[in-house]
Design a protein around this ligand. Structure first.
Ligand SMILES: NC(=O)c1ccc[n+]([C@@H]2O[C@H](COP(=O)([O-])OP(=O)(O)OC[C@H]3O[C@@H](n4cnc5c(N)ncnc54)[C@H](O)[C@@H]3O)[C@@H](O)[C@H]2O)c1
Length: 257
């Protein structure tokens, strides 16, 4: 497969690149990120299959720039993993229009721009498109109102693409990680008590790892999901089912007669 991966210099994007590079079979990868230094390190670890493109996803021309680099390196595109995203937070009443535009540009608009630029190439190959959303897309998240709403918009954007592009055989899906240990979050989990409290909220009793999410992405870009489009795979260790246990559930209540 010939695969574009955004946010490939770190965390989940890097794990997808390493997973594909470790597989038997000749995948070709176009790794892209705004962090050129880290991207070079990842590409060097992967070897000759990896081309790189340093691009800022907040730019309006990012889709065209990345697709041009992909075509130059691989000659075509079979799958796109639109994974990069940023997190920033404060209560909504304290936020600014500048931050709104920045978060939505990277977390939402860039996926559309990349999909649009890749469209004729995905159509030519009956390809696959996967974006990394978040558990926050469906769960309002304290302090992360722009993040959660930008990911909610991303979920619908990709469902919309699945509808519009299905007749050309292009499958479009999302993955939604729950709390996942990556460079984005590791500072927050350096506090052992905080990490333990978070893990206690997760039915599987552990944070997700970048590989857990990468495996779901791998499934969605590959032939094993050949009749799946327009879905979201939650990779959250069951955390989104933990609302009622957090309230105490049925404990202390009388059974109906
Ligand atoms: N880690 C988690 O707990 C978690 C949970 C839910 C969703 N996610 C989502 O998973 C995705 C990957 O996150 P991660 O945890 O691997 O984070 P990460 O910070 O480790 O990696 C994100 C990568 O995206 C790149 N990036 C950020 N802004 C960019 C821009 N403007 N242009 C180009 N590249 C840019 C960064 O340089 C970085 O390499 C994100 O979309 C994030 O929102 C993560």
């Amino acid at each position: 497969m010939r695969v574009i991966i955004t946010g490939a210099a770190s965390g989940i994007g890097r794990a997808v690149a390493e997973l594909l590079a470790a597989e038997a079979g000749a995948h070709q990868l176009l790794l892209t990120d705004r962090d050129g230094e880290s991207l070079t390190v990842v590409a060097a670890a992967i070897g000759s299959a990896a081309g790189t493109c340093v691009a800022d996803l907040s730019s309006a021309d990012c889709g065209e720039v990345i697709v041009a680099a992909a075509l130059a390196h691989m000659g075509g595109i079979d799958a796109v993993v639109s994974n990069a995203g940023i997190i920033a937070g404060a209560p909504l009443v304290e936020q600014t229009a500048e931050l709104f535009d920045k978060i939505y540009a990277i977390n939402t608009r860039a996926t559309w721009l990349l999909a649009k630029a890749a469209y004729p190439h995905l159509a030519a190959n009956r390809g696959a498109f996967v974006a990394t959303a978040s558990m926050s897309a469906t769960q309002p998240t304290p302090g992360l109102g722009f993040y959660s709403s930008s990911k909610a918009a991303l979920l619908m954007l990709v469902r919309q693409l699945s509808l519009e592009w299905g007749q050309e055989g292009i499958r479009c899906n999302t993955v939604s990680p729950g709390p996942t240990y990556t460079p984005m979050t590791e500072a927050g989990y350096a506090d052992a008590d905080r990490r333990a409290a978070r893990e206690a909220m997760i039915p599987l009793r552990k944070l997700g790892m970048a590989d857990d999410v990468a495996n779901a992405i791998r499934f969605l870009i590959g032939p094993q999901s050949s009749h799946i489009t327009g879905i979201d795979i939650l990779v959250d260790g069951g955390m989104s089912n933990n609302l009622m246990p957090a309230t105490g559930g049925g404990t202390g209540q009388q059974a109906s007669k």
